[in-house]
Design a protein around this ligand. Structure first.
Ligand code: MRU
Length: 346
Protein backbone atom coordinates (compact mmCIF):
# COMPACT_ATOMS: atom_id res chain seq x y z
CA UNK A 1 0.00 0.00 0.00
CA UNK A 2 1.25 3.46 -0.78
CA UNK A 3 0.53 5.01 2.61
CA UNK A 4 1.24 4.18 6.26
CA UNK A 5 -1.66 4.53 8.68
CA UNK A 6 0.49 4.56 11.79
CA UNK A 7 4.07 3.72 12.68
CA UNK A 8 6.65 4.07 15.43
CA UNK A 9 9.51 6.14 14.02
CA UNK A 10 12.49 7.63 15.94
CA UNK A 11 10.65 7.33 19.24
CA UNK A 12 7.64 9.19 17.91
CA UNK A 13 4.25 7.93 16.75
CA UNK A 14 3.55 8.99 13.17
CA UNK A 15 0.01 8.90 11.74
CA UNK A 16 -1.58 9.95 8.49
CA UNK A 17 -4.08 12.70 9.37
CA UNK A 18 -7.44 11.20 8.36
CA UNK A 19 -9.29 14.46 8.99
CA UNK A 20 -7.47 16.01 6.01
CA UNK A 21 -7.94 13.22 3.48
CA UNK A 22 -8.58 13.08 0.59
CA UNK A 23 -7.46 16.67 -0.01
CA UNK A 24 -4.08 16.49 1.70
CA UNK A 25 -1.81 13.57 2.60
CA UNK A 26 -0.25 14.89 5.78
CA UNK A 27 1.59 12.89 8.45
CA UNK A 28 1.48 14.04 12.10
CA UNK A 29 4.17 13.17 14.66
CA UNK A 30 3.42 12.66 18.34
CA UNK A 31 6.01 12.54 21.09
CA UNK A 32 3.72 12.31 24.15
CA UNK A 33 0.82 10.10 25.15
CA UNK A 34 -1.67 12.90 25.77
CA UNK A 35 -1.42 14.09 22.16
CA UNK A 36 -1.94 10.51 20.94
CA UNK A 37 -5.10 10.32 23.08
CA UNK A 38 -6.21 13.64 21.59
CA UNK A 39 -5.52 12.31 18.05
CA UNK A 40 -7.75 9.29 18.73
CA UNK A 41 -10.53 11.47 20.15
CA UNK A 42 -10.22 13.95 17.26
CA UNK A 43 -10.33 11.19 14.58
CA UNK A 44 -6.83 11.91 13.23
CA UNK A 45 -6.73 8.13 13.51
CA UNK A 46 -9.91 6.05 13.58
CA UNK A 47 -11.21 2.57 12.87
CA UNK A 48 -11.23 -0.09 15.60
CA UNK A 49 -7.93 -1.92 14.98
CA UNK A 50 -6.03 1.31 14.19
CA UNK A 51 -7.29 2.84 17.43
CA UNK A 52 -5.95 -0.22 19.27
CA UNK A 53 -2.51 0.19 17.70
CA UNK A 54 -2.51 3.94 18.45
CA UNK A 55 -3.44 3.32 22.10
CA UNK A 56 -0.63 0.75 22.47
CA UNK A 57 1.92 3.13 20.92
CA UNK A 58 0.56 5.98 23.06
CA UNK A 59 1.07 3.87 26.18
CA UNK A 60 4.63 3.07 25.07
CA UNK A 61 5.26 6.83 24.75
CA UNK A 62 3.63 7.38 28.15
CA UNK A 63 5.98 4.81 29.69
CA UNK A 64 8.93 6.93 28.53
CA UNK A 65 7.42 10.05 30.13
CA UNK A 66 7.03 8.45 33.57
CA UNK A 67 9.52 9.43 36.26
CA UNK A 68 9.55 6.77 38.97
CA UNK A 69 11.85 5.42 41.70
CA UNK A 70 10.12 2.10 42.08
CA UNK A 71 8.33 -0.41 39.90
CA UNK A 72 5.15 0.10 41.96
CA UNK A 73 5.19 3.81 41.25
CA UNK A 74 5.89 3.12 37.55
CA UNK A 75 2.97 0.71 37.24
CA UNK A 76 0.66 3.11 39.12
CA UNK A 77 1.54 5.95 36.75
CA UNK A 78 1.21 3.62 33.74
CA UNK A 79 -2.35 2.86 34.93
CA UNK A 80 -3.06 6.60 34.75
CA UNK A 81 -1.71 6.73 31.19
CA UNK A 82 -3.98 3.79 30.31
CA UNK A 83 -6.98 5.54 31.89
CA UNK A 84 -6.41 8.57 29.64
CA UNK A 85 -6.34 6.26 26.58
CA UNK A 86 -9.47 4.42 27.74
CA UNK A 87 -11.44 7.68 27.91
CA UNK A 88 -10.92 8.52 24.23
CA UNK A 89 -13.60 6.49 22.42
CA UNK A 90 -15.94 3.99 24.07
CA UNK A 91 -17.25 1.65 21.35
CA UNK A 92 -14.31 -0.05 19.61
CA UNK A 93 -13.23 -2.86 21.91
CA UNK A 94 -9.78 -3.10 20.28
CA UNK A 95 -8.83 0.00 22.29
CA UNK A 96 -9.51 -1.77 25.61
CA UNK A 97 -7.99 -5.02 24.34
CA UNK A 98 -4.73 -3.20 23.50
CA UNK A 99 -4.69 -1.36 26.83
CA UNK A 100 -5.11 -4.63 28.77
CA UNK A 101 -2.35 -6.29 26.73
CA UNK A 102 0.07 -3.42 27.41
CA UNK A 103 -0.77 -3.44 31.14
CA UNK A 104 -0.22 -7.20 31.33
CA UNK A 105 3.14 -7.00 29.55
CA UNK A 106 4.26 -4.20 31.89
CA UNK A 107 3.26 -6.18 34.99
CA UNK A 108 4.88 -9.39 33.74
CA UNK A 109 8.18 -7.69 32.91
CA UNK A 110 8.70 -5.50 35.92
CA UNK A 111 11.68 -7.56 37.11
CA UNK A 112 14.38 -5.65 35.20
CA UNK A 113 15.24 -1.96 35.05
CA UNK A 114 12.55 0.56 34.17
CA UNK A 115 14.38 1.33 30.94
CA UNK A 116 14.10 -2.34 30.01
CA UNK A 117 10.35 -2.26 30.72
CA UNK A 118 10.01 0.84 28.54
CA UNK A 119 11.79 -0.96 25.67
CA UNK A 120 9.60 -4.05 26.11
CA UNK A 121 6.45 -1.88 25.95
CA UNK A 122 7.67 -0.18 22.78
CA UNK A 123 8.39 -3.59 21.20
CA UNK A 124 4.95 -4.85 22.24
CA UNK A 125 3.20 -1.86 20.63
CA UNK A 126 5.11 -2.44 17.39
CA UNK A 127 4.22 -6.15 17.62
CA UNK A 128 0.50 -5.28 17.94
CA UNK A 129 0.81 -3.21 14.75
CA UNK A 130 2.62 -6.00 12.87
CA UNK A 131 0.17 -8.64 14.07
CA UNK A 132 -2.81 -6.56 12.99
CA UNK A 133 -1.44 -6.40 9.45
CA UNK A 134 -1.12 -10.20 9.42
CA UNK A 135 -4.65 -10.62 10.83
CA UNK A 136 -6.05 -8.43 8.06
CA UNK A 137 -4.25 -10.42 5.37
CA UNK A 138 -5.64 -13.68 6.81
CA UNK A 139 -9.15 -12.15 6.92
CA UNK A 140 -8.66 -11.21 3.28
CA UNK A 141 -7.67 -14.76 2.31
CA UNK A 142 -10.70 -16.31 4.03
CA UNK A 143 -13.14 -13.64 2.88
CA UNK A 144 -12.06 -13.66 -0.77
CA UNK A 145 -13.48 -17.18 -1.15
CA UNK A 146 -16.96 -15.74 -0.52
CA UNK A 147 -16.72 -13.15 -3.28
CA UNK A 148 -17.97 -14.36 -6.67
CA UNK A 149 -16.28 -13.43 -9.94
CA UNK A 150 -17.80 -10.21 -11.28
CA UNK A 151 -19.26 -9.23 -7.88
CA UNK A 152 -20.39 -5.74 -6.94
CA UNK A 153 -19.70 -5.35 -3.22
CA UNK A 154 -21.35 -2.70 -1.10
CA UNK A 155 -19.39 -1.44 1.90
CA UNK A 156 -20.18 1.11 4.57
CA UNK A 157 -17.75 3.44 6.36
CA UNK A 158 -14.04 2.70 6.02
CA UNK A 159 -12.80 -0.69 7.19
CA UNK A 160 -9.66 -0.41 5.11
CA UNK A 161 -5.95 0.08 5.46
CA UNK A 162 -6.69 3.43 7.08
CA UNK A 163 -8.78 1.77 9.81
CA UNK A 164 -6.16 -0.88 10.60
CA UNK A 165 -2.38 -1.26 10.59
CA UNK A 166 -2.80 -1.69 6.82
CA UNK A 167 -4.71 -3.78 4.24
CA UNK A 168 -8.05 -3.56 6.10
CA UNK A 169 -10.77 -5.96 7.19
CA UNK A 170 -13.76 -5.43 4.86
CA UNK A 171 -11.44 -3.80 2.33
CA UNK A 172 -8.93 -6.58 3.03
CA UNK A 173 -11.49 -9.05 1.70
CA UNK A 174 -12.01 -6.83 -1.33
CA UNK A 175 -8.25 -6.34 -1.84
CA UNK A 176 -7.60 -10.09 -1.63
CA UNK A 177 -10.36 -10.85 -4.16
CA UNK A 178 -8.95 -8.19 -6.49
CA UNK A 179 -5.36 -9.41 -6.05
CA UNK A 180 -6.61 -12.94 -6.75
CA UNK A 181 -7.64 -11.77 -10.20
CA UNK A 182 -11.40 -11.49 -9.70
CA UNK A 183 -13.08 -8.72 -11.66
CA UNK A 184 -14.96 -6.99 -8.89
CA UNK A 185 -16.21 -3.51 -8.14
CA UNK A 186 -17.16 -1.70 -4.96
CA UNK A 187 -20.08 0.55 -4.10
CA UNK A 188 -19.01 2.78 -1.21
CA UNK A 189 -21.68 4.42 0.99
CA UNK A 190 -20.59 7.98 1.67
CA UNK A 191 -21.24 7.43 5.43
CA UNK A 192 -22.70 10.58 6.88
CA UNK A 193 -21.93 12.46 8.98
CA UNK A 194 -18.17 11.98 8.97
CA UNK A 195 -17.91 10.77 5.36
CA UNK A 196 -15.49 7.88 5.95
CA UNK A 197 -16.84 6.21 2.78
CA UNK A 198 -16.51 9.24 0.52
CA UNK A 199 -13.29 10.64 1.92
CA UNK A 200 -11.38 7.50 2.93
CA UNK A 201 -12.74 4.32 1.29
CA UNK A 202 -13.02 5.90 -2.15
CA UNK A 203 -9.52 7.40 -1.72
CA UNK A 204 -7.74 4.20 -0.74
CA UNK A 205 -9.53 2.00 -3.30
CA UNK A 206 -8.77 4.44 -6.11
CA UNK A 207 -5.13 4.53 -4.99
CA UNK A 208 -5.04 0.71 -5.39
CA UNK A 209 -6.83 0.76 -8.75
CA UNK A 210 -9.89 -1.10 -7.42
CA UNK A 211 -13.04 0.11 -9.24
CA UNK A 212 -15.22 2.08 -6.82
CA UNK A 213 -18.50 3.94 -7.19
CA UNK A 214 -19.51 6.41 -4.50
CA UNK A 215 -23.18 6.57 -3.49
CA UNK A 216 -25.03 8.59 -0.85
CA UNK A 217 -26.19 6.49 2.09
CA UNK A 218 -29.86 6.66 1.11
CA UNK A 219 -29.15 5.09 -2.31
CA UNK A 220 -28.13 1.62 -1.10
CA UNK A 221 -31.70 0.24 -1.17
CA UNK A 222 -32.24 1.56 -4.70
CA UNK A 223 -29.27 -0.39 -6.07
CA UNK A 224 -30.04 -3.52 -4.06
CA UNK A 225 -33.63 -3.63 -5.32
CA UNK A 226 -32.41 -3.32 -8.92
CA UNK A 227 -30.18 -6.36 -8.45
CA UNK A 228 -26.97 -4.36 -8.80
CA UNK A 229 -25.38 -5.45 -5.48
CA UNK A 230 -23.99 -9.00 -5.10
CA UNK A 231 -23.08 -8.84 -1.41
CA UNK A 232 -22.26 -6.45 1.43
CA UNK A 233 -19.02 -6.54 3.44
CA UNK A 234 -18.52 -4.23 6.43
CA UNK A 235 -16.14 -4.00 9.38
CA UNK A 236 -16.91 -4.07 13.10
CA UNK A 237 -16.09 -2.13 16.24
CA UNK A 238 -17.28 -4.72 18.75
CA UNK A 239 -18.90 -8.13 18.35
CA UNK A 240 -20.86 -9.52 21.31
CA UNK A 241 -20.94 -13.22 22.25
CA UNK A 242 -24.16 -13.82 20.28
CA UNK A 243 -22.75 -12.21 17.10
CA UNK A 244 -24.55 -8.85 17.43
CA UNK A 245 -22.18 -6.36 15.83
CA UNK A 246 -21.54 -2.68 16.49
CA UNK A 247 -20.25 -0.81 13.46
CA UNK A 248 -20.53 2.65 11.97
CA UNK A 249 -23.97 4.26 12.20
CA UNK A 250 -26.03 3.18 9.19
CA UNK A 251 -24.68 -0.39 9.09
CA UNK A 252 -27.92 -1.73 10.63
CA UNK A 253 -29.99 -0.10 7.87
CA UNK A 254 -27.73 -1.67 5.21
CA UNK A 255 -28.14 -5.11 6.85
CA UNK A 256 -31.93 -4.85 6.97
CA UNK A 257 -32.03 -3.74 3.32
CA UNK A 258 -29.73 -6.62 2.37
CA UNK A 259 -32.05 -9.15 4.07
CA UNK A 260 -35.12 -7.65 2.35
CA UNK A 261 -33.34 -8.08 -0.99
CA UNK A 262 -31.83 -11.54 -0.31
CA UNK A 263 -28.26 -10.25 -0.47
CA UNK A 264 -25.54 -11.83 1.74
CA UNK A 265 -24.32 -9.47 4.46
CA UNK A 266 -20.83 -10.23 5.83
CA UNK A 267 -18.93 -8.71 8.74
CA UNK A 268 -15.11 -8.86 8.49
CA UNK A 269 -13.18 -8.46 11.75
CA UNK A 270 -10.23 -9.90 13.66
CA UNK A 271 -11.00 -11.83 16.85
CA UNK A 272 -9.51 -8.83 18.74
CA UNK A 273 -12.85 -7.15 17.95
CA UNK A 274 -14.83 -9.85 19.82
CA UNK A 275 -16.13 -9.00 23.26
CA UNK A 276 -17.38 -12.29 24.61
CA UNK A 277 -17.98 -10.72 28.04
CA UNK A 278 -21.10 -9.12 26.56
CA UNK A 279 -24.05 -11.45 26.03
CA UNK A 280 -25.65 -9.29 23.34
CA UNK A 281 -25.25 -6.07 21.41
CA UNK A 282 -27.61 -4.28 23.82
CA UNK A 283 -24.67 -4.02 26.23
CA UNK A 284 -22.28 -2.35 23.77
CA UNK A 285 -21.59 1.29 24.75
CA UNK A 286 -22.43 3.59 21.85
CA UNK A 287 -20.46 6.80 21.43
CA UNK A 288 -22.46 9.97 20.78
CA UNK A 289 -20.41 12.69 19.13
CA UNK A 290 -20.65 16.45 18.80
CA UNK A 291 -23.72 17.94 17.07
CA UNK A 292 -21.46 20.01 14.81
CA UNK A 293 -20.59 16.86 12.81
CA UNK A 294 -24.25 16.78 11.72
CA UNK A 295 -24.97 20.50 11.39
CA UNK A 296 -21.82 21.34 9.43
CA UNK A 297 -20.08 19.94 6.36
CA UNK A 298 -16.37 20.81 6.12
CA UNK A 299 -17.02 23.85 8.31
CA UNK A 300 -20.11 25.07 6.43
CA UNK A 301 -23.52 25.06 8.17
CA UNK A 302 -26.10 22.77 6.54
CA UNK A 303 -28.77 23.15 9.25
CA UNK A 304 -30.38 26.08 11.07
CA UNK A 305 -28.36 27.30 14.03
CA UNK A 306 -29.60 25.95 17.34
CA UNK A 307 -31.46 22.92 15.89
CA UNK A 308 -31.61 19.92 18.24
CA UNK A 309 -29.33 17.11 17.02
CA UNK A 310 -28.59 13.48 17.90
CA UNK A 311 -25.33 12.00 16.65
CA UNK A 312 -24.73 8.35 17.61
CA UNK A 313 -21.51 7.23 15.92
CA UNK A 314 -22.37 3.50 15.83
CA UNK A 315 -25.34 1.15 15.69
CA UNK A 316 -25.77 -2.53 16.43
CA UNK A 317 -26.73 -5.02 13.74
CA UNK A 318 -28.50 -8.03 15.27
CA UNK A 319 -26.76 -11.32 14.50
CA UNK A 320 -29.82 -12.64 12.61
CA UNK A 321 -29.03 -10.25 9.73
CA UNK A 322 -25.40 -11.41 9.43
CA UNK A 323 -24.70 -14.16 6.88
CA UNK A 324 -21.14 -14.72 8.12
CA UNK A 325 -18.38 -13.23 10.27
CA UNK A 326 -15.03 -13.35 8.46
CA UNK A 327 -12.09 -13.59 10.88
CA UNK A 328 -8.39 -14.39 10.61
CA UNK A 329 -9.20 -17.94 11.71
CA UNK A 330 -11.95 -18.59 9.20
CA UNK A 331 -15.57 -17.72 8.45
CA UNK A 332 -18.26 -18.25 11.08
CA UNK A 333 -21.83 -18.84 9.95
CA UNK A 334 -24.85 -20.16 11.78
CA UNK A 335 -24.73 -20.55 15.55
CA UNK A 336 -22.60 -17.54 16.47
CA UNK A 337 -23.06 -18.08 20.21
CA UNK A 338 -21.31 -21.44 20.03
CA UNK A 339 -18.96 -20.83 17.11
CA UNK A 340 -17.45 -17.50 18.20
CA UNK A 341 -16.29 -18.98 21.50
CA UNK A 342 -14.92 -22.10 19.79
CA UNK A 343 -13.04 -19.88 17.35
CA UNK A 344 -11.45 -17.75 20.07
CA UNK A 345 -10.41 -20.86 22.02
CA UNK A 346 -8.94 -22.58 18.93
O1 MRU B 1 -15.86 6.33 13.84
P1 MRU B 1 -14.87 5.45 13.12
O2 MRU B 1 -14.45 6.02 11.81
O3 MRU B 1 -13.72 5.07 14.00
O4 MRU B 1 -15.68 4.12 12.81
C1 MRU B 1 -15.04 3.09 12.12
C2 MRU B 1 -15.91 1.96 11.80
O5 MRU B 1 -17.07 1.91 12.16
C3 MRU B 1 -15.27 0.81 11.06
O6 MRU B 1 -16.16 0.21 10.20
C4 MRU B 1 -14.79 -0.22 12.09
O7 MRU B 1 -13.99 0.40 13.05
C5 MRU B 1 -14.05 -1.32 11.47
S1 MRU B 1 -12.45 -0.83 10.95
C6 MRU B 1 -11.60 -2.14 10.34
Amino acid sequence: MSFRTIEWRDDKVVMIDQTRLPGEEVYCEYADYKSVAEAIRGMIIRGAPAIGVAAAMGIALGAREIIADTHESFLRQLDNVCDVMARTRPTAVNLFWAIERMKRVAAENCGGSLDQVREILKAEAIRIEEEDLELCKAIGRHGATLIPEGATILTHCNAGGLATAGYGTALGVIRAAHEGGKKIQVFADETRPWLQGARLTAWELMKDGIPVTLIADNMAGFFMKRGEITCCVVGADRIAANGDTANKIGTYSVAVLARENNIPFYVAAPTTTFDLTLASGDEIPIEERHSREVTHLQGFPVAPEGVRVRNPAFDVTPARYISGIITEKGVVTGDFLKELRTLVES
